[in-house]
Unconditional design. Sequence first.
Lengths: 147, 364
Amino acid sequence: MTSQTIVLVEDNPDDEALTLRAFEKSNIRNKVVVLRDGAEALAYLFPDNGDGAPRPGLILLDLNLPKVGGLEVLRRMQTDERTRLIPVVVLTSSKLDEDILDSYRSGANAYVRKPVKFSDFAEAVRALGVFWLLLNEPAPSPAPESD
Amino acid sequence: MIELASLTDGMCVALMEAASDAMVCVAADGRVVQVNAQAERLFGYEREELIGQPVEILVPDTARAVHPGYRAGYIADPRHRPMGAGGPLAGRRRDASTFPAEISLSAIDTDEGILIAAAIRDVTAQLRARDLERSSQSLESFIYSVSHDLRAPLRALSGYSGALLEDYGEILGAEGRGYAERIAAASEQMGQLIDYLLQVSRISRAELRLQPVDLGEEAARIAEELQRREPGRHVCFTIAKHVQALADRRLIRTVLQNLLDNAWKFTSGRDDASIEFGTAPSGDAALCCYVRDNGAGFDPAYADKLFQPFQRLHAARDFPATGTGTGLASVRQIVERHGGQAWAESAVGAGATFYFTLDGKETA
């Protein structure tokens, strides 16, 4: 597996623990950065110094988040060249048509409803990791802006 | 009191009587000139008691003081219009009780001056229906958000009991593993219940998009899919062609899916399984369809219970593989949303027939 960082934006500590465990059990050893609300996610993706913006290989994003919601995070990412091409998978409880539509419209690359059943949940996390970090060919880094 | 030939004239009174609303005619000075029988009934007065009285006796105490001012305002600009720009209106009955009202005003020019004709309607029932509709809508969205929120702790229950089994199964021993498995199974069952709640609220909130649907075509497609999923089974499907209905395609597909799934499931014990989709005489309804199988059937004593949600779940211990017990409840809910009915006929061992009617016009 590649060395890319996974970002997990999740406010529920149980879901966080189960997701991390599922990565571990599937031998996905990538570094996982856990951010617990949308504001933390934005602060991570758009650091004040501007230059050292991280470019994770995958973002797993919950929708219902404290402070700044997942959709807002998606929209902000779309407006910035540095974050526009980072794969984002919405991982949420919601099955509402409007949430699914809004996510895709805001730039999500995939939408997965968190399964309730333990084995399904673990399998979903494993499959996401394998697909996005191993099978999927990410967009090449944008060329550095010339002066 | 103003005597008006035009109003006491039989024809004019007859016109007032013919109105479905209560009518009260008031002179410019605010005295009641004429009322119809509907007004007598609505306010609880005899006609003679009202005529000549200030119309304010029909106005609730709280609005009585301001009413003459409104009246003067209307006479200054007497256009036909609904009353109540200032808020909800009410009428006062003889017994001092009040009722919510809709009132529209017209001005009639006469030799004796202007007359105001008020048509008054008691809207208690409409308001009650609206309140009911509102509270049922808020109940629906409450159910939605609650069942949604319940999924998060449920994932933790299922997740940690699963993790316990995986990581510490050895240490737990057989009895401990059994307990953890029960937690996992119970949380899975609860997940199905929650999914059903979500489905119920979704079906009742969904807007019905009626369009012509060929139910025979839909049934054939579902049958093919069932066959494909279990190619080892030999089931004889007989499916009527060109069964045109006016229905919401997505919802009616769920109905057929559930009925055919059931038929498929309960004929699994037979080598000569047969499943039939067809139409029956529809009586008052536009269309009556049935799904018939020659499978296990059921005791007719429970024919109606079948359509209640979770009936199957109560027997989950005996029939662990038969699903959540919510399929037929959804069938009934969807069919009833289409103005139809769903019922079943059977005898143990003699197969079952599930009927549903649709109210939408046939669009053949």
